[in-house]
Design a protein around this ligand. Structure first.
Ligand code: APR
Length: 291
């Protein structure tokens, strides 16, 4: 199934206001859950300083949308522009740290019998926070391969040293056939790795609770995951400061920043017995009652 955008959302501001407490039935659902899927998007890494795909690009790329650069056509048309963007992002990710949302997710996994993290993110912040077996639907910034023969490219050890505003950068050439090396991510119009997608869909259909965190729900086929879970009888909770395309599939929508709400959610469910509760009250915009 190829990666496809259903439209763009506008988004301003990252920190949601917290005004209400977490719904008691959500706390109960969290305590009782045996099979949880956490489905994340760019918003879960926003508080680590990684821009989301709806944020305006800056520097060398300010005239572009992320969706213009994340395509096979863009790479063929201007490989240096696109490779430079990915190397800059690889640097950004390596320089940053997981935030309290990534850490809360890893902590939650230790307390639930079956737990699957499915991410659209190409960073490794879930893993660096301690999550294991993460399903990366859209590939990884830390992989690259030849555009012609598919041979994997090995990056030099260390953090790329890119200027703040970015630069055009010639992609390396394949050691085997001399073809251009491209990022190991899934671009718009390309198919997702079949086994990873199948694993994510299966986990969604089998879970009793799905948490959709920091995703606009605009990019298919990943955006189907919360609906698959709901249709199979799971409850769905969303954490996002803004309304999203997933709102109708959610039992609860918690409006706020993932780094504030997730630790608070766990503390409220007594799943992190000694977790400090910071950042005020959790926003709970309780949607329709769940099944
Ligand atoms: N906490 C939670 N959510 C946040 C936060 C935050 N601190 N900050 C922003 N968000 C939300 C935004 O409101 C938005 O809904 O994160 C979401 C980010 O949306 P996108 O940028 O569209 O990211 P995502 O849903 O992951 O995009 C999917 O699109 O460009 C492609 O392949 C790329 O994987 C990406 C896919």
């Amino acid at each position: 199934m190829p990666l496809a955008a259903a439209g763009m959302a506008s988004f301003s501001g990252m920190n949601g206001n917290a005004s209400e407490s977490i719904p008691p039935d959500l706390i109960l659902a969290l305590r009782r859950a045996q099979r949880i899927v956490v489905f994340t998007g760019a918003g879960v890494s926003a508080e680590s300083g990684i821009p989301t795909f709806r944020d305006a690009l800056t520097g060398l790329w300010e005239r572009f949308d992320a969706q213009d650069l994340a395509t096979p056509e863009a790479f063929v048309h201007d490989p240096e522009l696109v490779w430079g963007w990915y190397e800059w992002r690889r640097m950004l990710v390596q320089r940053t740290q997981p935030n309290s949302a990534h850490r809360a997710i890893a902590e939650l996994a230790r307390r639930v019998p079956q737990f699957t993290v499915v991410t659209q993110n190409v960073d490794d912040l879930h893993e660096r926070a301690g999550s294991t077996g993460v399903l990366h639907l859209h590939g990884s910034l830390q992989t690259a391969r030849c555009i012609a023969c598919g041979t994997a490219h090995v990056f030099a050890v260390g953090i790329p040293d890119e200027p703040e505003g970015g630069r055009r950068l010639r992609p390396p050439l394949c050691a085997r056939c001399g073809g251009l090396i491209r990022p190991g991510v899934v671009w718009f119009g390309e198919s997702l790795p079949e086994d990873v997608l199948a694993g994510a869909f299966a986990a969604a259909r089998a879970c009793d609770l799905l948490l959709a965190i920091g995703t606009s729900g605009l990019v298919q086929p990943a955006a189907r995951i919360p609906a698959l879970a709901r249709q199979a009888g799971a409850r769905v909770v969303q954490v996002n400061p803004a309304p999203t395309a997933l709102d109708d599939d959610c039992t609860w929508s918690l409006r706020g920043a993932a780094g504030v709400i997730l630790p608070q959610l766990l503390a409220s469910a007594s799943m992190l017995p000694n977790a400090p509760v910071r950042g005020g009250q959790c926003a709970a915009d309780q949607g329709r009652a769940g099944p």
